[in-house]
Design a protein around this ligand. Structure first.
Ligand SMILES: [Mg+2]
Length: 425
């Protein structure tokens, strides 16, 4: 029996999450803003039709949005993360293999039934997701990842498809491949698409049919894989172990510029604790740590600095990594710079199943176990009562320099006090 690759994507995901928790927003125009309420990063279906572009600064469009009666919300990543976990958990129950690709996207594998028709299955999943979490999704079906991405694009863009399209059973695929602009082919980046356009290759069909040698010469195996998948071969495997991350980064822009070491250390400590909790959540250890900070790109005396440290023993322990990060923070700090952003990047991650110890360990292993126990207790309390219930003193924020989110919705799916009260007679 043949296998199909499915691509599932949440429609206008951030906007859909906000519409799900606040029924008054349903059917209305809605835009979601990036950190510090900077740019538009998600639009409801109604706004897409009205021609408001993605990525534009909010302050430039504020008047127009007002005039069109379009609602505005700050991004609420805690909410989107929670809805994403629920979505992926439903999908994992109904697919043979699942690769979580991003917050609102997944690839999956499923065996086709005898009559090859996966439409009833896809309709069932769409209805199930909508009924359980209230989010509309689109489902693209194909023989491989590139084809399923194209199928998803067609599922979304042609209304009659009602959010589902199966490319795998289409005999003459050319008419559909002709519709997909070269920039929309999965794996073709900005640089690649410019090169293709210069060669007169403007859509997926033309890319499939162009000379293999030309692609190989310019883009090597990466380009050949995309072309072969367009021809119907399977070259890019499904990675069902996608939760094992290669790196973890946490960075934020500040709501106002900071210029002293104390505040920078607070910010870095705060990000380190978020990253360490993520490491522990995914059962991983890190052995290389980078921290960075920069001033505004538009300032006359632009400043950026970073520092990296290798950990002798890979770790996910908050205290160990915090100590290291505070040393690095002193290294990168220079007085008189107005810093607008900072972040941490944890690299060289490995599973926590095997931890390489030092041959002559001078440290007391009992104290390591105590720190591990402390981390697990803090994680479970924060999971139960909210992410900042218990924190380390070095990350306690007195002044609020965290990104401003003036139009933030409440986290109605995770905090008891935010759950609406319903009265009935
Ligand atoms: Mg999406």
């Amino acid at each position: 029996m043949s296998k199909a690759i499915i691509q599932i994507d949440g429609n206008n995901f951030y906007a859909s999450c906000e519409q799900m928790i606040d029924p008054s927003l349903r059917g209305k125009g809605l835009v979601i803003l990036s950190n510090n309420d900077g740019c538009i990063i998600s639009r409801s279906a109604e706004v897409r039709k009205s021609g408001i572009p993605m990525g534009k600064p909010y302050f430039k469009l504020k008047q127009k949005l007002n005039k069109l009666n379009i609602e505005v919300r700050s991004s609420n990543y805690e909410l989107y993360g929670d809805i994403s976990n629920r979505l992926m958990s439903i999908l994992s129950e109904h697919c043979e293999k699942l690769e979580v690709y991003s917050i609102d996207e997944a690839f999956a594998c499923i065996t086709r039934p005898k009559d090859q028709n996966l439409n009833p299955w896809a309709k069932h999943i769409r209805a199930l997701v909508y009924q359980n979490i209230g989010i509309p999704i689109s489902i693209g079906i194909g023989v491989n990842k590139v084809q399923s991405k194209i199928a998803n694009h067609i599922a979304k863009s042609i209304e009659e498809n009602a959010g589902i399209f199966d490319m795998g059973i289409i005999q003459n695929k050319d008419q559909y491949l002709n519709l997909i602009e070269i920039e929309k082919v999965w794996g073709v980046g900005v640089k690649m698409s410019k090169w293709f356009r210069r060669r007169g290759i403007t859509n997926a069909r033309e890319l499939r049919d162009m000379k293999r040698e030309e692609i190989k010469y310019k883009f090597g195996i990466v380009g050949i894989r995309i072309q072969n998948e367009l021809k119907g071969e399977i070259c890019i495997p499904l990675n069902s172990n996608s939760l094992q991350r290669k790196q973890i980064s946490v960075s934020r822009s500040f709501s106002y510029p900071i210029s002293n070491l104390e505040e920078l250390s607070l910010a870095i400590s705060h990000y380190i604790l978020i990253a360490c909790a993520k490491l522990r959540k995914y059962n991983q250890l890190c052995s290389e740590l980078t921290i960075f900070t920069n001033s505004s790109l538009y300032s006359r005396d632009y400043f950026r600095n970073d520092a990296t440290s290798k950990l002798e023993i890979p770790s996910n322990n908050s205290v160990t990594i915090l100590k290291e990060s505070l040393l690095l923070t002193k290294k990168i700090f220079r007085p008189y710079n107005k810093l607008t952003k900072a972040g941490v990047i944890m690299k060289k991650l490995q599973s926590d199943k095997y931890q390489q110890r030092m041959l002559f360990n001078t440290k007391d292993s009992k104290s390591d176990l105590q720190l591990e126990y402390l981390d697990s207790k803090i994680d479970s309390i924060n999971k139960k009562y909210g992410s900042n219930t218990l924190n380390w003193a070095s990350s306690v924020i007195e002044k609020d320099w965290s990104p401003s989110r003036k139009k933030l919705s409440k986290l109605r799916t995770k905090c008891l006090e935010n759950i609406p009260i319903v009265f009935c007679n």
